[in-house]
Design a protein around this ligand. Structure first.
Ligand SMILES: *[C@@H]1O[C@H](CO)[C@@H](O)[C@H](O)[C@H]1NC(C)=O
Ligand SMILES: *[C@@H]1O[C@H](CO)[C@@H](O)[C@H](O)[C@H]1NC(C)=O
Ligand SMILES: *[C@@H]1O[C@H](CO)[C@@H](O)[C@H](O)[C@H]1NC(C)=O
Length: 370
């Protein structure tokens, strides 16, 4: 199979380098670095010092209440997010830090371990989040920042070392939700298929751009059932007066998955050495909804946000004066639009080591070991 052949090529290229750096091979990390792109699901603080409204920042209480030291860091979570926990599963002590938190001096050592470019509120379209929140960093700009890092690395380490380093690293992408929110909120006539085709085309363009810069191993997280977020349950309640998930958004995320899967499969056939792991976030979250209690987890509140107020904890923002639930680990949702650390851990573990129901064609552990 083309996929397998491509994997062999990738393995061969990378083996040469592994042999050359025996000391590094003993390190517990499965890959040399993780680079992160996307939105608030994986942002670790890139928005903190930008001109952005509170809705797309999380650098104030009660965000971070369960983070070490109870500090708000810009993560849209009570604690760690999926990017942090996936990096930990890959053997990293520290999650890749926010690109915009680095200085000219600190970016150099850090670029050999990984950097996070993700920005809450952003999307694939350049204007996603812009009118709603301000200067969020669109995917095109995140890629531009990464391109600068690659140039810097090439200057310091040479083209050969840089490409063998990048081909072993993991590129995590979690994006698309905000494009979907804005499409779903825009008035006037809509064409779902056209929108989704455009979204998947933008995804393809971004992955191709990363590939051209040297990336080979992609961990992609699909769009979750957005209609079941507390904010969208509230939206349905307000618009229709009924309880439940907001179906039009769930339909969009459900329909986007096979399109994304097909695009990645085609791309891996066309780009020599490209490998990927696609996490089906829709199926992952649906599985937790249907199985809130298992040997591995126990969720008692599947609908309401832990931090916030009003119906579903979604009518009033999560901030310093907001009320907080007692059992954070029992809640699926931290605020109106984001998961708790507890469910992010389930997600990260599934992305890392889950079976084919949740991650295809391989999981991130297998991707790392290619
Ligand atoms: C910040 O953004 C707002 C609107 O989004 C704008 O009116 C304001 O001028 C900006 N401030 C700065 C310092 O750029
Ligand atoms: C928190 O949010 C509520 C409404 O969502 C607002 O009324 C209140 O002023 C905010 N508090 C702070 C400290 O920003
Ligand atoms: C994957 O694991 C889930 C949960 O344990 C299980 O329900 C499902 O049948 C498994 N799928 C495969 C393909 O093994």
């Amino acid at each position: 199979m083309a996929n397998r052949a491509a994997s062999y090529v990738l393995a061969a290229v990378c083996l040469l380098v592994l042999a050359a750096t025996v000391a590094e091979a003993r390190h517990p990390r499965l890959v040399p670095a993780v680079f992160v792109f996307g939105d608030s699901t994986v942002d670790v603080g890139n928005n903190n010092d930008l001109n952005i409204s509170v809705g797309a920042r999380a650098n104030y209480p009660k965000y971070g209440v369960d983070f070490p030291g109870s500090v708000p860091t810009g993560r849209f979570s009570n604690g760690l997010n999926t990017a942090d926990l996936l990096a930990r599963a890959l053997g990293f002590k520290r999650s890749p830090p926010a690109y915009l938190s680095l200085t000219k001096k600190t970016v150099t050592p850090q670029m050999y371990k990984g950097i996070n470019f993700a920005s809450g509120g952003s999307g694939f379209a350049d204007d996603t989040g812009r009118f709603l929140f301000g200067e969020v960093i669109p995917m095109s700009k995140q890629l531009e920042y990464f391109s600068g890092v690659v140039k810097h690395m090439t200057k310091l380490s040479g083209a050969k070392k840089t490409s063998s380093f990048l081909c072993r690293s993991i590129f995590l992408i979690s994006a698309g939700s905000n494009d979907m929110f804005e499409y779903s909120a825009s008035p006037g006539p809509s064409d779902d298929y056209k929108f989704l085709s455009g979204l998947v085309a933008a995804y393809k363009q971004s992955i191709t751009a990363l590939y051209e810069m040297g990336a080979r191993k992609f961990s992609v997280i699909s769009v979750p059932p957005l209609g079941c977020l507390p904010s969208q349950r509230l939206r349905r309640l307000k618009q229709m007066g009924t309880q439940g998930c907001f179906d039009p958004l769930n339909d969009l995320s459900l329909r986007s998955y096979p399109m994304l899967a097909a695009m990645l499969q085609d791309l891996a056939r066309d780009l020599p050495g490209m490998a990927y792991s696609l996490a089906d976030a829709f199926t992952m979250v649906s599985f937790v909804f249907e199985n809130p209690r298992t040997d591995a987890w126990s969720f008692t509140e599947l609908e309401a946000a832990c931090c916030g107020g009003g119906p579903f904890g979604a009518a009033y923002a999560c901030n310093e004066t907001a009320s907080l639930c007692a059992d954070r680990d029992g809640h699926l949702f931290w605020d109106a639009d984001h998961p708790t650390q507890a469910v992010s851990l389930v997600a990260a573990q599934t992305i890392f080591a889950g079976n084919r129901t949740f991650v295809n064609p391989i999981n991130v552990r297998e991707l790392a070991l290619l």
